[in-house]
Design a protein around this ligand. Structure first.
Ligand SMILES: Cc1cc2nc3c(=O)[nH]c(=O)nc-3n(C[C@H](O)[C@H](O)[C@H](O)COP(=O)(O)OP(=O)(O)OC[C@H]3O[C@@H](n4cnc5c(N)ncnc54)[C@H](O)[C@@H]3O)c2cc1C
Length: 527
């Protein structure tokens, strides 16, 4: 075996140090300041470095990775975090920051019965401990709200900065613009590190444990096309790749682990968490993305480019079950992803506008209609439904007015009789199926925004990645959205998945003993 270079216990980060949101419109991390910077060193340090050695490699700098990294370090391990982008934070830094899940385990099972009960129970049971942990290290954390027992908020950018600084002050190494390419295993198929590509070339990092936290595969065209929709190219990347960056969430955790025999989750691959966003905007969207994210789909009538309803706006394809608050919006967004151009128009009236379109999403009273209009998306407003439909036909991507009217007339007739549930495509929740009759009427054209995929790696309650025979793969852990089937079609939170499994895997990875089979790279992957 070649001699191991010693891991750099100082700081190895480069371009994000100087307020590096440059090039990304309204970059989520514009809070990074050069005042907090330590000397950028990576380019020099990486020159000629072919091999490094550490205890734990964490792959990905979002909540799943940063929580794992700090926990592993505090448990006594030397840790290197690899981040593909030029700054850490991932989707986490773009998020609204609510680290939540449902109030009870029963509720989780009711909402997502096809989800993985081990993962769901672990998240539910561990979350209170994680809030205490964040408090104990003085990480910024807001109070719970809305009667939710499992809901605390992080300020995403400040939280990311705090976690990175604390990690670096403790001697941790963060390598940005250094994507992991694949996992390294020895002849006994134990994970013994990663191959990464730094700015100066390939880097082999040998380690006792690897935590995969690469944020899922929302930006992987092949996987999304195979599993979710053939309209991948029409989806907004409502995640770390927002702002025209090259795709970041390309399934590297999933692909590298399955390459060495990892099992994938038994469900969730056809689903994702997302929101409808402006269709084909002519101006760049600015952070926060929530200003452009629709939340009132369940109260609207959603029509595709043919002017027809295509799914139950209140529950998607799940009929007859009462789901958690806001579930319908995530579901109609998923169904829209499968429509032509991943596009649909939401149509609503003034009653819905006041009660739901400008409020009730828990994110402040942002009026989405002008937000869509101001970035050049197609919008319409009129005092009659006929005038509204005529305007929609004149949109650049015109929707036939007569079809819109046929759909709205059929819907309103059924809704007035309290029979929306009996429509050919039902609208099952009566409270969200009022007739649209109070002018003015509104319509906006939206496109599905994919935030995070649901399918992923199969893990046990310790966060160990399981092989296809069901046993843990030595030295391999997963955290955050790389873990599969916590959410299954219905959405039960995502930050919670990174917070809890980061908390769990960090300590377990730190305890990982040296590989029994030694450090020689095995035949499967000889990098
Ligand atoms: C507008 C918005 C609001 C949201 N609000 C909420 C909310 O309130 N509550 C909630 O629960 N969820 C919310 N979400 C979703 C949530 O933010 C994400 O699902 C969550 O942050 C994912 O965390 P993660 O650590 O798994 O992945 P990420 O935070 O995406 O981090 C993954 C990181 O891995 C890096 N990476 C990828 N491949 C590699 C590689 N090969 N090598 C090295 N690094 C790699 C990526 O660049 C990225 O930085 C929101 C999302 C958005 C966009």
């Amino acid at each position: 075996m070649a001699r191991h270079a010693k891991s750099d216990s100082k700081v190895s980060r480069r371009s994000f140090l100087g307020g590096a949101a440059a090039g990304v419109t309204g970059g989520a991390l514009s809070g990074w300041s050069s005042a907090s910077a330590q000397a950028p060193a990576t380019a020099q340090e990486m020159r000629g470095t072919q091999q490094m050695r550490t205890d734990v490699v964490v792959v990905g700098g979002g909540i799943g990775g940063l929580t794992a990294a700090l926990r592993a370090q505090q448990a006594g391990a030397k840790v290197i975090v690899l981040e593909k982008a030029y700054e850490p934070g991932g989707t986490t830094a773009h998020s609204e920051g609510t680290v939540w899940t449902a109030n009870s385990y029963e509720e989780i099972r009711n909402d997502a019965p096809a989800g993985d009960p081990v993962v769901q129970k672990t998240v539910f049971d561990t979350l209170p401990e994680v809030y205490k942990y964040y408090e104990s290290i003085d990480a910024p954390l807001g109070a719970s709200r809305g009667g939710m027992t499992r809901m605390r908020s992080i300020p995403p950018v400040a939280w990311t900065q705090f976690m990175v600084k604390t990690f670096q002050r403790g001697g941790g190494t963060l390598l940005v613009e250094t994507p992991m390419l694949r996992l390294l295993v020895n002849r006994e198929y134990e994970t013994i590190g990663v191959l990464a590509e730094g700015p100066k070339g390939y880097v082999r990092i040998l380690s006792k444990a690897v935590v995969l936290a690469t944020g899922g595969w929302a930006g992987n065209a092949q996987l999304v096309t195979q599993n979710i929709t053939r309209h991948f190219g029409s989806l907004h990347q409502r995640n770390a790749s927002f702002g025209g960056r090259k795709p970041l969430l390309t399934g590297d955790g999933l692909l590298s682990a399955t390459e060495i025999g990892a099992a994938v989750s038994e469900g969730g691959f056809d689903g994702f968490y997302g929101h409808m966003m402006p269709a084909r905007p002519t101006k760049p969207l600015q952070n926060p993305l929530t200003n452009y994210s629709l939340y009132h789909g369940p109260w609207s009538v959603a029509v595709n480019l043919f002017g027809r309803r295509f799914a139950d706006e209140t529950q998607g394809r799940i009929a007859g079950r009462k789901l958690g608050r806001g579930a319908g919006e995530q579901l109609i967004c998923q169904e829209t992803a499968r429509q032509p151009e991943a596009t649909a128009a939401y149509i609503w009236d003034e009653a819905v506008n006041v009660a739901h379109a400008c409020a009730d999403c828990g994110l402040g009273d942002v009026d989405k209609f002008p937000a869509f209009r101001d970035v050049g998306a197609s919008v319409a407003t009129a005092n009659t439904l006929r005038e509204l439909a005529d305007q929609m036909e004149k949109w650049g991507r015109g929707i036939p007015a007569d079809e819109v009217m046929r759909t709205l007339t059929e819907y309103n007739t059924a809704a007035k009789n309290g029979k929306a549930w009996a429509l050919p495509i039902p609208k099952a929740i009566a409270a969200q199926a009022a007739p649209l009759e109070k002018p003015p009427f509104y319509a906006v054209l939206g496109q599905s925004g994919i935030t995070a995929t649901h399918g992923g790696l199969r893990v046990n309650a310790l966060g160990q990645v399981l092989s296809r025979t069901g046993r843990p793969i030595a030295g391999l852990y997963a955290s955050g959205v790389d873990i599969g089937n916590f959410n299954n079609y219905v959405y039960l939170g995502n930050l919670c998945l990174g917070a809890t499994f980061g908390y769990i895997t960090g300590v377990n990875a730190a305890k990982q003993p040296a590989p029994r089979g030694g450090w020689d790279i095995g035949p499967l992957i000889s990098a």
